[in-house]
Design a protein around this ligand. Structure first.
Ligand code: CO8
Length: 303
């Protein structure tokens, strides 16, 4: 999607450009349960479907971008807009993120957005990746990832950024930050998010090896909190959500802020530098070659 189209898209959403607004914890806190709530809303676009159940205060966000839910500029933008709409809706207190594509949660960043494009495009793309993460990691809502398929790299980041991860117990589904396998390096805030979930040693080994962990191994490492049979995934996600929502919002939100703010602040403080680093790195011919070879390998694997 062209930059101008995206700007128009953001304009139509009625939501200010995300980079202009303060993080969730600098805004007015959500009202305690029991106070009158604004009307809820379900909405959908080309890439994401969101359904809000006003009685429970829980939204279901489904990624629906076949064949593999790769995080394109368009999907990332819709993702951030959807989160922002929910964040601003007082009826919504929690979000369950899942996929409507069978066997795939998300295949990570759309590699075609990082191949053979202009510096302007890389800049815009990376800003959108940052924005999605800032919105999700910094969300004041309870966020639960119902990982119903494979989830490499950026897909894993989405899951890691939630408060809780439940994965379908199918050993064919794998999850991890496999950037090293593509000849690229996970940025510091991917790494920070990973370390905060699994600890330094596991993150260090897994990142260096670019490991994709089958679901049972991911559970053993603490990368996902629970494994459940696929058919029980949504039921379990709803139960976990209810447990988290049983606490007073303000106490949970302030605790979340205390735990996550330093990591978010680090990216916010170095955002432009991070974009510059990405653009320089991804523009290198050697990196472009690695990405092209990786895409060819994916295609060959099929035939
Ligand atoms: N981006 C773009 N296209 C993709 C991606 C992707 N991430 N993943 C798959 N595709 C494409 C395939 O090329 C294929 O295209 P086509 O139909 O035209 O041949 C189509 O999607 C379907 O893919 P598969 O046939 O492989 O589908 P399967 O169901 O067999 O497998 C998988 C699904 C497991 C998701 C598999 O496609 C896979 O492993 N994909 C690669 C995932 C991956 O490695 N992602 C990493 C992306 S990089 C990232 O997220 C972080 C980058 C951080 C940047 C830091 C730089 C400084």
């Amino acid at each position: 999607m062209a930059a101008a189209t995206l700007v128009r898209r953001i304009g139509r959403s009625g939501v200010l450009p995300l980079c202009c607004r303060p993080p969730a914890w600098d805004r007015t806190p959500r009202p305690p349960p029991g106070l009158p709530l604004a009307p809820g809303r379900s909405f959908s676009n080309n890439k994401i479907q969101v359904e809000l159940d006003e009685s429970s205060g829980v939204a279901m966000m489904k990624l629906k971008s076949p064949p593999v839910n790769s995080l394109s500029l368009e999907l990332l933008t819709e993702f951030a807009i959807s989160l922002e709409k929910l964040e601003n809706n007082r009826a919504c207190r929690g979000v369950i993120i899942t996929s409507s594509v069978p066997k795939i949660f998300s295949s990570g960043l759309d590699i075609t957005e990082m191949c053979g494009k202009s510096v302007e495009h890389y800049t815009e793309f990376w800003r959108a990746v940052q924005e999605m993460w800032l919105r999700l990691y910094g969300s004041s809502m309870v966020t639960v990832a119902a990982v119903n398929g494979s989830s490499p790299a950026g897909g894993c980041l989405v899951a890691l950024s939630c408060d809780y991860r439940i994965m379908a117990e199918n050993p064919k589904f794998s999850i991890g930050l496999n950037e090293a396998q593509l000849g690229i390096v996970a940025p510091f805030w991917f790494k920070d998010t990973f370390v905060n979930v699994v600890g330094h040693r596991i993150a260090e080994r897994s990142l260096q090896l670019g490991s994709l962990h089958p679901a049972p191994e991911a559970h053993k490492l603490g990368l996902v909190d629970e494994l459940v049979p696929e058919e029980k995934l949504m039921e379990k996600a709803a139960a976990v959500m209810a447990q988290w929502l049983a606490l007073p919002d303000h106490a949970r939100q302030l605790t979340k802020t205390m735990m996550r703010k330093p990591v978010v602040d680090r990216l916010v403080a170095h955002r432009e530098e991070d974009i510059k680093n990405f653009v320089t790195f991804i523009s290198k011919e050697s990196i472009q070659k690695s990405l092209r070879m990786y895409m060819e390998m994916l295609k060959k694997r099929k035939s």
